[in-house]
Design a protein around this ligand. Structure first.
Ligand SMILES: [Zn+2]
Length: 257
């Protein structure tokens, strides 16, 4: 399985930088996991290939690029863009984003080939497939209804937390599996902002260390969703706090699992 984080911040020369304001992971170049920077950072090839978007939750940094992505492709789509999300997330999209005031309600619009946007609801804890990829949703503990996933391509699986605080349910499901090669887990804030992390249901290096004690598989640990303002600080603390090798996921690089 191929995984790539799309970039969402710029350096002084106009190129991308490592900070991650927005979240979009592309799986095998064709399924988007969240859509924060999808419209802004997908290549032309990726723009042509991605027709399925799976959402963890409805926070802005995970959906900001979705309306613009549909807008960009509106006239050229020969099949609808399919958004896979829980009913709670889809309701937020329809009520607060695609409401004709913030952006057009694309779910009611057609181009000459048919509908441009379709919703594929799933329930937390359920399983669904997209092409050859199997998604197993796991409810995680964030400020709003949120899903993590175990994603299997027939050969290997990765576990993806999305945004979460401590989540025994996540580790319980991960430990049940024998195919999980990598765990991608968030760490949004440094330890000095533990109070803010607690209030917003995110992890810090110290709480991530406690989470990883619940991981009983021999899987690669990859850290994602570090707030860009604290990136260097969080990475330094992670290196000091954790007694294992971790991978900090960087934008644009392709990771193979
Ligand atoms: Zn969030």
């Amino acid at each position: 399985m191929k995984l790539k984080l799309l970039p969402s911040t710029f350096n002084e020369n106009g190129g991308y930088s490592a900070g991650q304001h927005l979240t979009t992971f592309l799986i095998d170049g064709r399924v988007a996991l969240d859509a924060g920077s999808l419209a802004m950072a997908a290549s032309e090839n990726e723009r042509r290939s991605v027709r399925d978007i799976v959402l963890t939750h409805a926070h802005l940094d995970h959906i900001a690029g979705l309306p613009l992505f549909v807008d960009d492709l509106f006239a050229s789509l020969t099949e609808p863009i399919r958004v896979h999300a829980t009913r709670e997330v889809l309701e937020v999209l329809e009520r607060d984003v695609f409401n004709w005031s913030v952006y057009p309600r694309f779910s009611e619009l057609h181009n000459e080939n048919g509908p441009v946007l379709k919703y594929r609801p799933f329930t937390l804890g359920s399983e669904f497939s997209i092409g050859g990829l199997k998604f197993h949703s796991i409810p995680v503990d964030h400020k709003v209804p949120s899903s993590g996933f175990i994603i299997n391509d027939g050969k290997a699986a990765i576990a993806f937390s999305g945004d979460t605080s401590s989540s025994a349910a996540f580790w319980g499901k991960v430990n049940e599996r024998t195919d999980v090669k990598a765990v991608l887990i968030e760490c949004a804030f440094p330890d000095r902002l533990a109070e803010l992390a607690g209030a917003s249901h995110h992890l810090t290096p110290a709480t991530l260390k406690a989470e990883l004690e619940q991981l009983h598989l021999d899987a690669q640990v990859c850290v994602i969703n570090i707030k860009p303002m604290y990136r260097d600080e969080v990475i330094m603390e992670l290196r000091e706090t954790l007694d294992r090798v971790i991978t900090i996921i960087e934008p644009v690089r392709e990771y193979h699992f």
